[in-house]
Design a protein. Structure first.
Length: 464
């Protein structure tokens, strides 16, 4: 057994190995020397990247894909009980391990930073991974998105720091014992798993309670939910709390964010001194993510000026205001935003970048439960665009909810004064947008589903 591989994970089989979280854990295990296998529903660049590391990837789900000598089966909360490989695992008495437990095992013995919050996790985790790598600290990391290409969502590094995106959606972030935890924001989301804000707060309190004694909570001083969380954990005597943001009470104060096209210049006040650095993505929310990353690195003892310079090397992550290309004078950008707060932040960032140009949005709602609870707010956010096209709901892991459709969002957008059109045929979108767009316009594809596939198709239509 190679050093650093927990015994149960010597020969793991991943069901849904192509997913962002699952593929990252599989990659780290393969780099540590484990014999990794798994299956996914379809071929992908991620599957090929895993095969290049020696991972066996089956396409489709079948009982025969599970090797008799598998040491465990790794699953996410998205895997249903009737999956044939999961059924086969029960027949063979192969232990089933949730992906969060696998990730927690990989973090053992390392100085870990866990990045949590309703939104901004992937970007902040990525900024830390890039900055620490730039400083030759050789971190291990596991991110919910690709930095530059397939397979760049995770790495096994030779250093003693592990940076992990901590997912609150299914309470899995409660499995980690970080030295530093970042809480970017606390809002109601994941309605299939949380019935109220009180349940959300309880979950985050449990997460913060797992920070090692003497560890640090880095938290937004500007976000109401995050500040409420601080009040709820104030009795943990072994916890250091470092706040960041524009508030005068912030320990790391954001003095100024200056837009520079698709980048920003950020000035913070830290320890009574001003520090200015560049963030290579637009929007104040990404600037705040960078400041959170800065505060977390400083909590680990990394000099602030070194870290600030290294954060400037971050050039973005796939689907976080990612420029897909330009054709006929029109730029096409992709956004993962699917919660109203994220949508508003990205639309405001793009509105600032667009200057006098028009902003056209293709929005695909994600999950019936989220649309049921937040569809009105989603529609209101779309009023920030000059014109929007709304697709049908992307179901992901959910079954339809009677009466809940994207019409809820369209109606709310129209009530807010938005120019919005419902398009039910996704294949028609490239031609629709090509007919709307004019030179100088920005087109934003937005949502957590397969709307991302439309960017290249829109560019093709614009070119022709």
């Amino acid at each position: 057994m190679a050093p650093g591989i927990p015994a149960a994970l010597e020969r793991p089989h991943f069901i849904g190995i192509g997913g962002a979280g699952m593929s990252g854990i599989a990659k780290i295990l393969a780099q540590r020397g484990a014999k990794v296998a798994g299956s996914d529903s379809k071929e992908s660049a991620t599957a090929e990247a895993l095969r290049a590391l020696g991972v066996t990837v089956h396409i489709g789900h079948a009982a025969g894909h599970l090797a008799d000598d598998a040491s465990c089966v790794v699953v996410s909360s998205a895997i249903r009980p009737d999956n044939p490989e999961l059924v086969r695992a029960a027949e063979l008495s192969v232990p089933v391990v949730h992906r969060s437990d696998a990730l927690a095992a990989l973090m053992q013995g390392l100085r870990s930073i866990a990045v949590a919050g309703t939104h901004g996790k992937t970007t902040t985790t990525s900024m830390l991974a890039v900055a620490l790598s730039e400083l030759a600290l050789e971190p291990s990391y596991a991110i919910g998105g690709d930095l530059e290409g397939p397979g760049t969502n995770a790495a096994h590094g030779g250093g003693d720091i592990f940076v992990a995106e901590a997912d609150e959606s299914d309470r899995s972030f409660q499995k980690y014992d970080p030295e530093v935890a970042i809480v970017l924001n606390v809002e109601l989301d994941h309605h299939a798993n949380y019935a109220s804000m009180e349940e959300i707060y309880d979950s985050f309190e449990t997460f913060v309670g797992k920070i090692v004694p003497g560890g640090t909570l880095v938290v937004s001083a500007d976000q109401q939910g995050a500040m409420e969380l601080v009040q709820r954990v104030r009795d943990i005597s072994t916890l250091n709390v470092v706040s960041y943001g524009e508030s005068d009470t912030a320990d790391v104060r954001v003095h100024k964010v200056t837009p520079r096209g698709l980048t920003s210049e950020v000035t913070v006040v830290l320890g009574g001194k001003y520090l200015t650095f560049t963030v290579s993505v637009p929007g104040s929310h990404y600037a705040h993510n960078a400041v959170a990353a800065l505060a977390a690195g400083v909590a680990l003892g990394i000099p602030a000026h070194n870290l600030a310079s290294a954060i400037g090397k971050y050039t973005g992550v796939k689907r976080r205001l990612q420029l897909k290309g330009e054709a006929a004078g029109v730029q096409v950008i992709d956004s993962y935003a699917h919660h109203p707060t994220e949508m508003t932040a990205d639309l405001e960032a793009m509105r600032g970048a667009a200057s006098e140009a028009r902003l056209l949005v293709v929005f695909q709602p994600h999950l019936f439960s989220r649309t049921q609870e937040l569809g009105t707010e989603m529609g209101q956010a779309l009023a920030l665009a000059d014109a929007s096209v709304v697709l049908d709901i992307y179901p992901a892991r959910e079954d339809p909810i009677p009466g809940i459709t994207s019409t809820l969002i369209v109606d709310a957008a129209e009530a807010a004064g938005a120019d919005v059109t419902a398009v039910h045929d996704k294949a028609a979108i490239p031609a629709v947008i090509a007919g709307m767009a004019k030179p100088g316009d920005l087109v934003l594809t937005m949502g957590a589903g397969d709307v991302t596939d439309l960017g290249p198709q829109i560019l093709d239509h614009l070119s022709s």
